[in-house]
Design a protein around this ligand. Structure first.
Ligand SMILES: Cc1cc2nc3c(=O)[nH]c(=O)nc-3n(C[C@H](O)[C@H](O)[C@H](O)COP(=O)(O)OP(=O)(O)OC[C@H]3O[C@@H](n4cnc5c(N)ncnc54)[C@H](O)[C@@H]3O)c2cc1C
Length: 473
């Protein structure tokens, strides 16, 4: 069994009315579209504050259909939220906000093609999915997952989230099928067998196809992962051949760099990054330019003390090696770009951002709006991931500087849809160009299922699509 090797690199530079239970309009019978009565919703770190005209928390498929029927009747648009950990404004709406966290049924079934599959309602947390699969006879697991297990299945699928396993790519690529309640109020099943082109659009849909009701993943027998934590001198280790070598003997790598971890707090001279180590575990926050003492302290007391370790864990425990810490609010920014065959651009960029970061390497996907979209199945994507304490005054300036480097023809990098990407206007025209072809293909499918744009209530996405498709769109 290969193992996941994680190196800790640098953390960071850096509703409304309470009725409508029954409403009858010709053929429309709306039984269960009842708003919660809440008037506001905030995402996890408080960065996104929504005051929609109604908030719904459906608990059945019929509820979803009725909410769509009600929206149609009242001329309202709909956006969805799951656990609310996205820090972009994808859930923002002034109309109907549908929060799917009450939809948590999970079933495991034998499958003629995939042996076993699991079907989870949209609001199922990954922790519950893991639990059901672990207790199944035989024990089962997904192939790769995000680090936090509090995320809900529709939330990670809609934005194209991923874990650290290189061969696995984005979680949407483990999907066998998904069911979406579209603008007509019908439940549409998307799968590779039914229509691959539409499935590739639906797999990362940003909530634009309708309300995801359920997703079905192929699963595999439970397996263990050895997680090896190693500390290397950063400047010496970051070479293309070292990166290539480590990937050859790993299923996935995660590299963290903790800025100024080599800073000697007793030495008043200027912080010297040449003494820094890269490491494998954990994330940290703070602005190194302002606070080398803090980052050095965290390194000394939390990371260096653990040293090099190697542990065998069941796969889900390895995926979620950092437990969800809901109270620790951070800002997040992540981009991905295609890796050169000799890994030279990876080594160059790790060296460049050594005053910065965490990275993972994942394979490409044919999911059209994924930031790792590529028809070449062998292409690998570099995921540069920044985390900082929420409210860091230098965060905006820092990610803007990095955006200027990566949102260029040279890298053609794309931002993670669930992290910060919609805060600066320049990103709109850049993404219109960078995603022009995939958006054209995506739009054909989107327009088929939502011609009147019930689910297209997001200004940034509207502007990106308009830029890619022309003003008539
Ligand atoms: C601390 C932290 C760690 C993270 N780690 C990782 C990581 O390891 N890997 C990674 O790739 N990402 C990571 N992310 C990003 C994360 O994966 C995404 O933000 C993901 O969307 C979170 O899931 P959620 O359930 O909170 O979704 P939400 O934020 O609630 O939803 C995201 C979007 O999906 C759409 N959506 C959700 N449910 C539905 C539905 N039923 N129907 C239609 N549309 C829907 C909506 O547009 C919504 O805005 C991390 C984020 C944080 C804050």
């Amino acid at each position: 069994m290969k193992y996941i090797l994680r190196f800790l690199l640098i953390p960071i530079i850096a509703t409304v009315f309470k009725s409508v239970a029954v409403s009858i309009n010709k053929n429309l019978v709306i039984r269960s579209a009842t708003p919660t009565g809440d008037t506001t919703w905030d995402n996890w770190n408080g960065q996104v504050h929504v005051t929609p005209s109604a908030i719904f928390k459906p608990s059945s498929l019929d509820d979803l259909k009725d909410i769509v029927k009600l929206a149609k009747q009242k001329g309202k648009t709909i956006r969805c939220a799951a656990q609310g950990h996205s820090v972009s404004k994808l859930s923002y709406t002034q109309n109907y906000l549908v929060i799917v966290t009450e939809l948590t049924q999970v079933t495991v079934q034998k499958d003629p093609k995939y042996d076993w599959t699991v079907t989870a309602e949209a609001g199922t947390p990954l922790s519950k999915l893991d639990d059901v699969l672990r207790k199944h006879d035989p024990p089962l697991t997904l192939d790769s997952e995000t680090v936090y297990d509090s995320f809900r299945v529709s939330g990670v699928i809609a934005v194209g989230a991923h874990g650290a396993k290189t061969s696995s790519g984005i979680m949407s690529d483990q999907l066998v099928s998904m069911q979406i309640v579209t603008a007509s109020g019908d439940v549409v099943t998307f799968s590779e067998e039914i229509y691959k082109q539409e499935f590739n659009a639906a797999k990362v849909n940003l909530g634009l196809f309708g309300i995801i009701y359920s997703v079905t993943f192929r699963v595999q027998p439970m397996y263990n992962l050895r997680m090896t934590d190693t500390l290397y001198p950063a400047k010496e280790w970051i070479k293309p051949q070292n990166i290539k070598n480590i990937l050859e003997v790993s299923d996935g790598i995660e590299i963290f760099y903790w800025p100024f971890n080599g800073f000697n707090q007793g030495d008043p001279s200027h912080p010297d990054s040449s003494k820094d180590l890269i490491w494998l575990i954990n994330f940290l926050l703070s602005n190194p330019l302002l606070t080398p003492n803090i980052t050095a302290s965290i390194w000394d007391t939390r990371v260096a003390i653990a040293g090099n370790t190697s542990t065998v864990l069941q796969a889900p425990d390895a995926f979620h090696y950092v437990p969800s810490v809901e109270s620790l609010k951070v800002s997040l920014w992540e981009i991905g770009f295609k890796i050169d065959s000799d890994f030279s651009n990876v080594a160059t960029e790790i060296s460049f951002i050594i005053q910065t970061v965490n990275f993972r390497i994942i394979k490409s996907t044919e999911a059209l709006l994924s930031t790792a979209f590529n028809h070449d199945p062998k292409a690998l994507y570099f995921r540069l991931d920044l985390i900082s304490a929420y409210g860091n005054p230098d965060w905006e300036e820092f990610i803007q500087l990095l955006g200027q480097r990566y949102f260029t023809n040279k890298y053609n990098a794309k931002p993670h849809w669930g992290k910060e990407w919609d805060t600066k206007p320049e990103i709109i025209s850049y993404l219109s160009k960078a995603l022009k072809e995939p958006i054209k293909q995506f739009e054909k499918v989107r327009a088929k299922y939502d011609p009147n744009k019930m689910f297209f209530d997001n200004k940034s996405l509207q502007d990106i699509f308009r830029g890619a498709l022309g003003p008539q769109s």
